[in-house]
Design a protein around this ligand. Structure first.
Ligand code: NAI
Ligand code: MG
Length: 359
């Protein structure tokens, strides 16, 4: 039976975001043609290049426009000629905040045929899901700068609320429960930061009571970096604040072989707003326009997007895309960041071909 049609908004943005989005459309169109998924795309040219022309990143009704879609696929935003805090705060952060995308899910695995920089760490030894709080905490956006240099005073206020923590904890416990190890690690810094982080710890243990089947432990963020590098097998699902989740997921990407394979989902678990899916990397000005970026993080994000919009009905299709990705890395078809010699198009075509074969 034909499934309903899913409407996907794409925001390629800047640099490799543009190339990655193009390759992702190619892969999604192939997936749709091989299955009974129907996809319809809307394209939004909101970017740093257009910011110079128009003076804005997103029009004033931008969020309303995005709400017409089932999901958003985002490439990357940022370019050296615009301060990064402007591009981030004019485009990606307003989308996350206005659309209540309060969890950021970042899965990490060592893909078959790829090598971790950690000696003796094989595929299977590193299989994590980082659940990052995505709406408040250290990126709440409250603060200001007063007084002229050299007397300037800046505040950057971290905001932690019980409901804001509780909802991300619940999501993290559900995620941990859905995985075979049923293990959740909390990351805070509740020794040095005695208010917000202490609240995080206490909400974690409150919510844990509802999940007696999930094993828990707790780490201070500094010690966590050591555990991630020394004993990756001892971790499974990880929950962390906005800032710590941001940093640890880049570390996770590095440990799995490349930032180019790292995927993320910005979710509104209430499903009242579209969720947004993006590779975690930035616009990579150093390699942009050369067709050599690794598209796997974008494809993995797209697979998670299909899984999310399907809400249980498109898991097989999402799995098929993931399987094709893993078969292609296993066959050694890899971009340079993974030690291969292929360009983005080679990898994209190989994954399309692999979907043809396994469908
Ligand atoms: P970046 O992620 O763009 O690049 C860091 C390094 O990783 C570079 O050497 C780059 O070549 C490499 N890299 C990134 N993605 C890759 C891929 N798919 N394949 C192979 N290599 C890859 O981070 P950077 O340089 O700190 O930031 C560049 C710009 O991107 C800045 O303007 C920054 O603000 C923005 N940015 C945007 C993000 C977003 O849109 N969500 C996230 C992170 C940064
Ligand atoms: Mg980051």
């Amino acid at each position: 039976s034909p499934s309903r049609c899913y409407k996907i908004a794409t925001i390629p943005g800047d640099g490799i975001g543009i190339e990655l989005t193009q390759s992702t459309l190619q892969v999604l169109n192939r997936l749709a043609s091989l299955t009974n998924i129907q996809l319809e795309f809307g394209h939004f040219d909101w970017s740093s290049a257009k910011y110079h022309e128009r003076g804005w990143y997103m029009p004033s009704d931008g969020i309303t426009q995005l709400r017409e879609y089932d999901a958003v696929f985002f490439g990357a935003v940022g370019w050296p000629d615009v301060p990064d805090h402007i591009s981030l705060w004019e485009l990606i952060l307003p989308i996350r905040k206005s659309m209540n995308q309060y969890v950021n899910v970042r899965p990490t695995r060592i893909l078959p045929g790829t090598v971790s920089p950690l000696r003796n760490c094989q595929p299977g030894d590193l299989d994590w899901v980082i659940v990052r709080e995505n709406s408040e905490g250290e990126y709440a956006g409250q603060g200001g700068i007063t007084h002229a240099a050299p007397y300037s005073i800046a505040t950057e206020v971290a905001v932690f609320t019980y409901p804001g923590i509780e909802r991300v904890m619940r999501f993290a416990f559900e995620t941990a429960r859905s995985r075979p190890k049923k293990h959740l690690t909390l990351v805070t810094k509740s020794n040095a930061q005695r208010y917000g982080m202490v609240l995080w710890d206490s909400v974690f243990y409150d919510v844990a009571k509802e999940y007696p089947d999930v094993r828990t432990d707790k780490m201070l963020v500094d010690a966590m970096t050591v555990r991630m590098t020394r004993n990756p097998k001892s971790l499974d699902t990880i929950v962390a604040t906005n800032l710590f989740g941001d940093i640890l997921s880049d570390l996770a990407a590095g440990l799995s072989g490349s930032i180019g394979i790292a995927a993320s989902s910005n979710l509104d678990p209430t499903r009242k707003n579209p969720s947004m899916f993006e590779p975690i990397s930035g616009s990579a000005p150093d390699i942009a326009g050369q067709g050599i970026a690794n598209p796997i993080g974008a494809f993995w994000s797209a697979a998670e997007m299909i899984r999310w919009v399907g809400d249980g009905k498109l898991d097989l299709e999402a799995d098929m895309l993931m399987k094709a990705i893993e078969n292609v890395t296993a066959a050694g078809i890899k971009t340079r960041d993974l030690g291969g010699e292929c360009n983005m198009l080679d990898v994209t075509e190989a994954i399309c071909g692999e979907m043809d074969r396994i469908s």
